[in-house]
Design a protein around this ligand. Structure first.
Ligand code: NAD
Length: 309
C-alpha cells in the first residue's frame, strides 16, 4: 500500500483531504498537525469511519517520524483567509510554515512528491521546492483543478448543460490574476464564445475569480472541492494516469515564464510533473499570463530574505 502524509490534517482542508484519500482506499494516510491533540481526534474519527464499509486503510496520527518514506506529502498547513482578506496577505506567515514543514519532509521522505495546497499557492510551491531541495518536478500545487471546476460549474449552471461536455482550463496564478483560457473553452465541442455572449462570459469569469471568497463569507472557507481536487492529483500520481491537469508547476520558458511555479497544464504521473503542455494563447491570454507571472515573481522577491536564512 502506498503511504500519503497530510500535514495540517487537523485543519478544515487537511482533514477533508485525509477523509477523501482514506475513502479512495488508495493509500495509508498519516495525519500530522501542529495541534497534536486535534490531529489525534481527527485520526480516531477517520479510523472509525473506515470500519463502516470494512475499508481497512491505515490511518496513523503521528509526527514526522511516522511520515517516513511517504510516497506523497500533501501540505495544507497554514493560515486560511478571513473574510475580506486576499491570499497575498498570508504570504510571509505561511512561507515560514511551509519552509519548516518541507525541511522535515525532505529529512524523512526524500523521495516523496509534494502536493502544496497552502496559499498563496504559487509562491508556496516555490518555497516548498527551495526548502525541500527536491527536483522541481516533484513539487506541484493544487489550484487549477479547483478553479477550473468552479468555472465549469458556473458555465453548466448558466447553460443548463452536463458538466461532462465542458472543456476548459484556468491557468496563471491562484488569485485575481487567474486566466480562464477562453480560446480553448468548448461546450460539447463548440467554442464557448459561440454559445455564450461576451458579457455573460465576463460575469462567469468574475464569479470564478471570487468563488473562494464567496465561500469564505458563507461558510468560512472551501474544503470539499479542494480536497476532491487533491484526490484527483493523488490518483494521477499513484496510478500513473498521465492525465493532463491544470496544476502549479515550475516553468522554464513555457509561455514566456521561467523560474517560478505557475498554473499550467501538466501531465501528472508517477514521477510528478512529467511534462508541461504549452497552449497557444490568444494575445489577451498571453498578457494575462505575463501579468500573473510578474505578480508571483514579486512575491518570491519579497520572500527571498526569509528563504535564504
Ligand atoms: P485551518 O486553519 O482550518 O487549518 C490549518 C491547519 O494547519 C491547522 O490545523 C493548524 O494547526 C495547522 N498548522 C499550522 N502551522 C503548522 C505547522 N507548522 N505544521 C503543521 N501544521 C500546522 O485552515 P484551512 O481552511 O484548512 O486552510 C489551510 C490552507 O489551505 C490555507 O493556507 C488556505 O488558504 C489553503 N487553501 C488552499 C486552497 C487551494 O486551492 N490551493 C483551497 C482552500 C484552502
Amino acid at each position: 500500500m502506498a503511504k500519503i502524509s497530510v500535514i495540517g490534517a487537523a485543519g478544515r482542508v487537511g482533514s477533508t483531504i485525509a477523509l477523501c484519500l482514506a475513502l479512495s482506499k488508495i493509500a495509508d494516510v498519516v495525519v500530522v498537525d501542529n495541534d497534536e491533540r486535534k490531529a489525534k481526534g481527527i485520526s480516531l474519527d477517520l479510523q472509525q469511519s473506515m470500519f463502516v464499509y470494512g475499508n481497512f486503510t491505515q490511518i496513523i496520527s503521528g509526527n514526522y517520524e511516522d511520515t517516513a518514506d511517504s510516497d506523497i506529502c500533501v501540505i495544507a498547513a497554514g493560515l486560511p483567509r478571513k473574510p475580506g482578506m486576499t491570499r497575498d496577505e498570508l504570504l510571509e506567515v505561511n512561507a515560514k510554515i511551509v519552509k519548516e514543514v518541507c525541511e522535515k519532509i525532505a529529512r524523512y521522505s526524500p523521495n516523496a512528491i509534494i502536493i502544496v495546497v497552502t496559499n498563496p499557492l504559487d509562491a508556496m510551491c516555490y518555497v516548498a521546492a527551495e526548502a525541500s531541495k527536491f527536483p522541481k518536478s516533484r513539487v506541484v500545487g493544487m489550484a487549477g483543478i479547483l478553479d477550473t471546476a468552479r468555472f465549469k460549474a458556473f458555465i453548466a449552471e448558466e447553460l443548463k448543460v452536463d458538466a461532462k461536455g465542458i472543456d476548459a482550463f484556468i491557468l496563471g496564478s491562484h488569485d485575481n490574476d487567474m486566466i480562464p483560457i477562453i480560446s480553448h473553452a468548448f461546450v460539447n465541442r463548440r467554442p464557448l464564445t459561440e454559445i455564450l455572449h461576451e458579457e455573460k462570459i465576463a460575469k462567469i469569469i468574475e464569479r470564478t475569480k471570487n468563488a473562494g471568497a464567496e465561500i469564505v463569507v458563507l461558510s468560512g472557507g472551501s474544503a470539499l472541492a479542494p480536497a476532491t481536487a487533491v484526490s484527483q492529483m493523488v490518483d494521477a500520481i499513484l496510478n500513473d494516469r498521465k492525465w493532463i491537469l491544470p496544476c502549479s508547476a515550475y516553468v522554464s520558458g513555457e509561455n514566456g515564464a521561467s523560474g517560478i511555479f505557475i498554473g499550467v497544464p501538466v501531465i501528472l504521473g508517477k514521477d510528478g510533473v512529467e511534462r508541461i503542455i504549452e497552449l497557444k494563447l490568444s494575445e489577451e491570454e498571453r498578457k494575462g499570463f505575463e501579468k500573473a507571472a510578474d505578480s508571483i515573481k514579486k512575491q518570491i522577491e519579497f520572500l527571498r530574505k526569509d528563504l535564504n536564512k
